[in-house]
Design a protein around this ligand. Structure first.
Ligand SMILES: CC(C)(COP(=O)(O)OP(=O)(O)OC[C@H]1O[C@@H](n2cnc3c(N)ncnc32)[C@H](O)[C@@H]1OP(=O)(O)O)[C@@H](O)C(=O)NCCC(=O)NCCS
Length: 179
């Protein structure tokens, strides 16, 4: 286990996380601002990619589990940004929870812990976060964890087609000393 908050545990992924993670990745509402819903195989591959990062000692999107019963509620974590943009190379913080766990403060609680973990354990001086303009819930988490919107930082995601409605992104940042 990496860290605990009052209600959550951020930890390595296990085989038993695959079913609940596949369920949330197949929910169109959860994936509305991310990408098409995932198949079970794609979801399992996403877990395995994060497990591999952790085994290499790198930060990752960690499994976020409810402390009371260790049930997976989603992923929260920090990882190296895998595409090129004006603000890369950098690390991003991200979160994705099953819909039944929205509106409870879990993302904010877990993300604060994830920032602390990342700054304490890796040579990371600043962490970015980004999302599509319309994803106001995610931007609210960014603000609640102390991130600030980067002025003039809006960008078109290079992995998306120019006519993709999810193309335009907002950019937030937090520096180590601010955390
Ligand atoms: C983005 C996402 C994680 C935000 O979830 P969320 O539940 O809105 O965020 P939090 O967990 O921080 O919860 C905050 C809400 O819980 C409420 N809340 C209830 N109990 C609370 C408690 N004990 N402590 C703190 N907040 C609490 C807050 O008032 C707030 O409600 P509001 O949205 O009505 O203002 C979620 O919408 C999601 O998984 N979306 C799909 C994936 C996605 O888009 N990820 C981001 C990609 S960039």
């Amino acid at each position: 286990m990496l860290t605990e908050t009052p209600r959550l545990r951020l930890r390595q992924w296990t085989e038993k996380d695959k079913e609940p993670f596949a369920q949330l990745n197949s929910d169109p509402e959860v994936m509305r601002f991310l990408r098409p819903v995932m198949t079970r195989a794609e979801s399992d591959a996403a877990i395995e990619a994060q497990m591999a990062l952790m085994e290499k000692g790198e930060p990752a999107f960690w499994a976020a589990a409810r402390k009371s019963d260790d049930h997976l509620i989603g992923c929260i974590g920090v990882k190296h940004v895998s595409f090129e943009a004006s603000f890369t190379p950098t690390y991003e913080i991200g979160w994705r929870l099953a819909r039944e766990h929205w509106g409870l403060g879990y993302a904010t609680e877990g993300a604060k812990a994830a920032l602390g973990l990342a700054f304490a354990n890796w040579e990371i001086s600043e962490i970015h976060s980004f999302t599509v303009l319309a994803n106001v819930k995610s931007q609210a988490v960014m603000t609640r964890v102390g991130m600030s919107r980067v002025e003039g930082g809006d960008f078109d995601h290079s992995a998306l087609a120019k006519d993709d409605p999810l193309l335009r992104h907002v950019l937030y940042r937090i520096k180590k000393r601010d955390n």
